[in-house]
Design a protein around this ligand. Structure first.
Ligand code: SAH
Length: 252
C-alpha cells in the first residue's frame, strides 16, 4: 500500500440514521472518487437497498464492505478522533472548525497511526446533541445562513474532497511524530464516562440538579485532553477510590 492508501484506510465516514438509501449510495460514490473506502452506517433506515446500489454507480465495493451498527459508539469503535459535520451550531459547546481545518486535523491524526471518524447526521434532523457530544469538534461547511443545509452525500463529498486535497498537498503531515501512547478509543472513553457519571451520582455531586449539562461539560474537557489508556486507568482508579469512600461514608 502507498502512504496515501494507508492514510485513507484510517479514515472512516460514518452516516448516522440515514433515511434515504440513495444518499448512502451517493456517499459511497463520493468517498470512492476521492480515494476512500470505509463507510460505516449507524442504524440506517433502509440498507441494503437497490436505490443505494444504483446511486453508488459502481462503488459497489464500498457498499459491500460498509459496516452496519446499532449505535454511534459502535460505529466509532477503534477511532480516537471524531469530527461531527453539522450545518447548525446546536446546544453542544464544541469547537467549530472548517472542512479544511478538519482535513488537516484528521490527516495529522491518521499520520500518527490513529483512526479518524467523520460523522454525518440524518437528512432531516442532522446530528443530535448526544451524537455531537461524542465528537471532538464540529465541522461546518460555510454555506449561507438562510439556506445552510447541504444534501447529505454532497456534504460527504465536500469533506472527502478537502481530505483528498490535503493528502495530495505538500503540507500533508505525513511524517507527524507517533504519540508514544495513542489516545484511548471511543469505546474506552464511553466506559470512562459511564464510570464518571456513576461516581458523581454516588458521591452525591448533583444535589438534585440535572446531570446532563455537567456530563456534557466534562465530556468536552476529556475530549480535549484526549487521554491515553494508561491515563484512563489512573482516572478509573481515582473514581473507584471515590466510590469506595462514598460507600464507607454512607455506612453501606
Ligand atoms: N436539518 C439538518 C440538515 C441535515 S443535512 C440540520 O440542520 O442539521 C444531513 C447532514 O449533512 C448533516 O447532519 C451534516 O452531517 C451534513 N451537512 C449538511 N449541510 C452541512 C453544512 N453546511 N456543514 C456541515 N455539515 C453539513
Amino acid at each position: 500500500m502507498t502512504d496515501l492508501q494507508d492514510l485513507a484506510a484510517r479514515i472512516r465516514y460514518v452516516l448516522v440514521r440515514s433515511s434515504h438509501p440513495g444518499n448512502i449510495g451517493s456517499a459511497a460514490r463520493a468517498i470512492r472518487t476521492m480515494g476512500f473506502g470505509r463507510l460505516e452506517l449507524v442504524a440506517p433506515h433502509r440498507f441494503p437497498d437497490p436505490e443505494a446500489s444504483a446511486l453508488a454507480a459502481g462503488a459497489d465495493d464500498v457498499l459491500a464492505q460498509a459496516g452496519i451498527h446499532a449505535d454511534l459508539v459502535d460505529g466509532l469503535a477503534g477511532s480516537s478522533l471524531a469530527l461531527g459535520l453539522s450545518a447548525r451550531r446546536r446546544g453542544v459547546n464544541l469547537p467549530e472548525i472548517s472542512p479544511r481545518e478538519a482535513a488537516q486535523q484528521a490527516l495529522a491524526a491518521a499520520a500518527r497511526g490513529e483512526q479518524v471518524a467523520l460523522v454525518f447526521g440524518n437528512e432531516r434532523t442532522g446530528l443530535e446533541n448526544d451524537e455531537l457530544a461524542r465528537c471532538h469538534a464540529m465541522v461546518r461547511i460555510p454555506s449561507v445562513e438562510d439556506f445552510s443545509s447541504l444534501n447529505l452525500s454532497q456534504a460527504v463529498q465536500v469533506m472527502a474532497y478537502e481530505l483528498r486535497v490535503a493528502m495530495l498537498g505538500d503540507d500533508a503531515p505525513l511524517s507527524a511524530p507517533v504519540r508514544e501512547d495513542p489516545p484511548a478509543d471511543a469505546a474506552q472513553m464511553e466506559q470512562f464516562y459511564r464510570h464518571l457519571a456513576q461516581t458523581l451520582d454516588e458521591i452525591e455531586f448533583h444535589k438534585g440538579r440535572e446531570p446532563t449539562t455537567i456530563m456534557l461539560r466534562l465530556r468536552k474537557l476529556f475530549q480535549r485532553a484526549q487521554p491515553d489508556e494508561r491515563e484512563l486507568r489512573v482516572l478509573h482508579g481515582i473514581l473507584a477510590d471515590a466510590q469506595r469512600m462514598a460507600r464507607l461514608a454512607s455506612g453501606k
